[in-house]
Each structure stands twice: as C-alpha cells, then as structure tokens.
Design a protein around this ligand. Structure first.
Ligand code: CTP
Length: 358
C-alpha cells in the first residue's frame, strides 16, 4: 500500500519501529495541513472535524490520517484538547511524549524529520522527554516510558529520570486515570518481570493512587503466565496494588475479589487446594502464585484442575438413586476420593459410590 503526498508523513511509532527494524502495531499518518481537506478525493470512511482526523479506505486497507495539530491541557494530567489544527509539522511533533516517538517520514521523499534527536536516542537506547512539563501534562507517559524501555531494552535518559522522580514525589491525583489504565495494561500485558521490577523500584506504582503498599512478591511467574495465557495478563501483576481509581469492569473486579477471598488461605491437601481454586478466574490463581504460594497454585493449574468425575447424574439414577440433595453429596465425596486417587477409572468411581452410598 502506498499513499503519497509531499505533505503526508508517517509519524510516531511506525517511524521508530522501522528504524529499529521491528514490526509496527499500527501505521499512523499525519498530514501537514488539514487532513480532511486533503482526503476530499479519497474514499473517506469517517471524519472527525473536532480533531482533524479522517479514516480512509485505500487499497482495501483502513488508514487513519491526522492533521498536524497542537494540544492544550485544560488541567495538568487531564486529557488534552485540540488547540490548533493545521500547524507546522514541527509544532505537531513537539507535543509528543519522547524523542523516539517524535519523528516523521515523508511519504514521497522517504526523508526522516528528526527535530529532537530521536535517531541519536534510538542509537543510544535512551528514552527522553521533549520538555520538562511532559510528565506533569500527562503522567501516563511515565508508564509509556516504562513500556518502551522494557519493549526495546532502553532506559530513561538522566534528566528524564530526574523529571520522573520529581513527579512521583509530588503526584497530582486530580488526573484522568483512563490513560493510566490503558498504559498499565499495555505495559504489564508484555508479561515481562523487568517491567514489574522497575514499576516497584522506581516507585511508578505510586501513580495508581494515594493508598498503596509495595506487595510482597514471593516468586517469578513469567513462565507460568506464558504457559497458561490468561486473558488479563496485566492484572496478574497490577492486581497486587490498590486499583480503586482505575474503574475496573465486572470481569476485572471479579478477578480482584476472588484473589482477595483466597489470599489468606493455606490449603493443606489436594482436595482443599481443589476446593479453593476450582471455578475461580485463572488470573486470581496466578495472583495467588506470585504473592502467596506458587507450588500450591501450580499443583492446581498443572494437575488437579484436569481431574473430573466421569460418573454422571444418569449413572446415579441407573444405580437406583433418586434425584435430590444426595446427588451433590455423592459427587462431592466421590470427587474427593478421586482427587486423592487421581488415576481411578469410571468403574472404580461407581464401585466407590456403591460401597459408600447404597
Ligand atoms: N503520544 C504522546 N503521548 C501519549 C500518547 C501518545 O505523545 N500519552 C504520541 C506519540 O508520539 C506516539 C503517538 O502519539 O508515538 C501514537 O501513540 P500510540 O499509538 O499510543 O503509540 P505508538 O508510539 O504508536 O506505540 P505502540 O507501538 O505501542 O502503538
């Protein structure tokens, strides 16, 4: 796919990733001027005049083009509003988070515009903000810095680290937590323990709210997470903190509630482990693994969770039982027997039932 105009640029992550030689998640285009006017003769799918953005269909691909724009923060830490649409490319790049994300590549000439030494920072593996107010304007950039550092093996440049420390020592919690949540998810979804280590050692966790304790981490769970692939990887790490400011959805809240209900429990045998964990969200069990006891959680995840009774209600009826409360009792006791004798067959189960309940 090629979309060319001398005022049209690739911008942000796509330029950074191309220089790094890695695949980009999405391709952002930026038009120096008004993208909505530019796209008049293109197959326009949707436009948002307030932001100066447009989505077009080009060679069967949906692409987003933004007008160059400046932004203002109505209050520090709140979502920015558009200030001027159609500003110069330099002004547009200036409002961005880090030098490595503030480069553009011309779609006609292929020339890279690099006003803020992003190329040099990529070379030196540094993450550098463009101005001293960057984290005050948008504290979620602290998490973005962590995300990029871990993703690319970079580190914060000294002055940027100093600005981060200053902000974390004086956080203004009157901020939009929407971006904080988004960036927290992206950072921890990388399932990289390094991110978690830095999150704690550099005090980045303080961004989550006033009442935070640093959690006791018992063990590494990166591999366990890889093996079991929970849907909400991020919560396996972030769930150890107080997330009340993040507006968790029902599923996320359920994970935290389930974890809170088990974190002080210490099952003593296989059946107790089974009873404690069965029907709980995978993420809650992984939270137990990281913060309470990995062996107990692993015993369930890698072995006990597979154990199921083969005997059905129909089998009980055939044996002459009348449907009712007794079914639940029989199933529970037979399951307990099976968990303590995991390799028994269906006829062993039936034998056990006959011996104990007929
Ligand atoms: N940006 C910013 N401040 C933010 C979020 C984004 O300045 N809080 C700018 C950066 O220039 C970034 C661009 O907007 O490159 C696009 O943002 P996003 O898609 O979130 O990031 P990418 O750099 O494309 O990173 P990813 O590879 O994670 O998509």
């Amino acid at each position: 796919m090629k979309l060319k105009d001398k005022n049209l640029y690739y911008v942000g992550g796509v330029v950074r990733d191309e220089i790094l030689g890695i695949k980009s998640f999405d391709k952002d285009f930026c038009y120096e001027g008004n993208a909505i006017i530019f796209s008049q003769n293109l197959n326009k799918l949707r436009e948002n005049p307030d932001f100066g953005t447009v989505r077009v269909l080009f060679n069967n691909e949906e692409i987003d083009i933004a007008s160059t724009r400046t932004e203002k923060y109505p209050k520090p830490g709140h979502l920015p509003v558009v200030d001027k649409i159609g500003c110069s490319l330099k002004e547009d790049l200036q409002r961005r988070d880090f030098s490595i994300n503030a480069m553009a590549k011309n779609t006609v000439t292929g020339e890279i515009t690099d006003f803020f030494d992003g190329l040099e920072d990529i070379e030196n593996k540094k993450i550098r903000v463009l101005h001293d107010n960057s984290f005050i304007d948008d504290p979620s950039r602290i998490l973005r810095g962590l995300k990029f550092a871990v993703r690319f093996g970079f580190e914060l440049e000294t002055h940027t680290k100093k600005l981060q420390d200053e902000y974390l020592n004086n956080i203004n919690y009157d901020m939009s937590f929407h971006r904080i949540k988004k960036e927290l998810k992206e950072t921890f979804n990388l399932n990289n323990e390094k991110a978690f280590e830095i999150f704690i050692s550099q005090n980045i966790y303080k961004l989550l709210g006033e009442n935070q304790n640093t959690p006791q981490i018992k063990t590494s769970i990166q591999k366990l997470v890889e093996a079991h692939k929970p849907k909400n990887i991020w919560l396996v790490y972030a769930g150890l903190f107080n997330l009340e400011k993040l507006e968790l959805n029902t599923e996320e809240q359920e994970i935290i509630n389930s974890y809170n209900s088990i974190k002080n429990e210490f099952p003593r045998n296989d059946f107790e482990i089974y009873k404690l964990f069965s029907n709980l969200p995978l993420e809650s069990i992984l939270l137990y693994a990281i913060s309470v006891d990995k062996n107990i959680a692993t015993r369930f995840l890698d072995f006990l969770s597979e154990i199921k009774l083969e005997t059905s209600g129909e089998d009980l009826i055939k044996l002459g039982f009348k449907q009712g409360k007794i079914f639940k009792h029989i199933f529970e006791k037979t399951l307990e027997y099976k968990i303590n004798n995991p390799y028994i067959t269906k006829s062993d189960e039936i034998e056990f039932i006959k011996e104990n309940f007929l």
